[in-house]
Write a protein that binds this ligand. Structure first.
Ligand SMILES: [Zn+2]
Length: 218
């Protein structure tokens, strides 16, 4: 009797271990992304000072976005496969949030998935995107959104290529593509602005509020 109950405890433990192993991998990444969200909010001051984000009103979003962009980003809609801007875009550059402009993905991690949606094996940085469990279908999926403005981007699956084994299946409607030449130009302008700010900082070290607003402008 005792042996039997010990056996059932052991098998229950084994089932838990298997389930944890199976679900743990996506969950831990999801938790990781959520943690980075919350740690940003907690530690906040330094990072938020650099990039304050004021959520846009629904009315403003309706003005700025096309109907498909609005539906995908605000209502977790899905655009049609193969009938979207970037599924077959092979140009070098980066993909930014269509709502707030946050950089999300780079062409360096884009791969041919055959799904008809732009697919990436990793986000630009771990805290570019946040994730949450999605129960809309009969199985659970991991929903992916912009970590800054919470715009819906798509879903992440565990059948992607190496090195991550992940497939970020995104909607083109959630993103704007910026080509490498534009990125290089932006970088040069930013470097020039930083150099200028550093020079004016050197000339008047007591001025702190102007430094902060200069950082905001970038
Ligand atoms: Zn965003």
């Amino acid at each position: 009797m005792q042996r039997k109950s010990l056996f059932s405890i052991l098998s229950a433990a084994a089932i838990v271990a298997v389930l944890t192993g199976v679900w743990g991998s996506v969950d831990s990444r999801a938790v990781l992304a959520q943690d980075s969200d919350s740690s940003r909010e907690q530690s906040g001051v330094a990072e938020e000072k650099a990039k304050p984000y004021r959520p846009k009103s629904k009315a403003q979003l309706r003005r700025e976005l096309s109907p498909i962009q609005y539906n995908v980003t605000q209502n977790e809609g899905t655009e049609p496969a193969f009938q979207n801007r970037y599924w077959n875009n092979k140009r070098e550059g980066q993909y930014e949030c269509v709502v707030c402009g946050q950089p999300l993905f780079t062409s360096k991690t884009k791969f041919k998935s055959g799904t008809g949606w732009p697919s990436f094996f990793a986000p630009l940085s771990p805290d570019s995107v946040g994730t949450k469990k999605d129960w809309k279908l009969f199985y659970t999926r991991v929903e992916v959104h912009c970590s800054r403005c919470k715009a819906h981007l798509g879903h992440v699956f565990e059948d992607g290529p190496r090195p991550t084994g992940l497939r970020y299946c995104m909607n083109s409607a959630s993103m704007n593509f910026v080509d490498q030449a534009t990125l290089d130009r932006r970088k040069a302008e930013q470097d020039a602005a930083e150099k200028k700010a550093a020079e004016s900082e050197g000339s008047d070290s007591t001025e702190t509020s102007d430094e902060a607003s200069a950082a905001d402008d970038q």
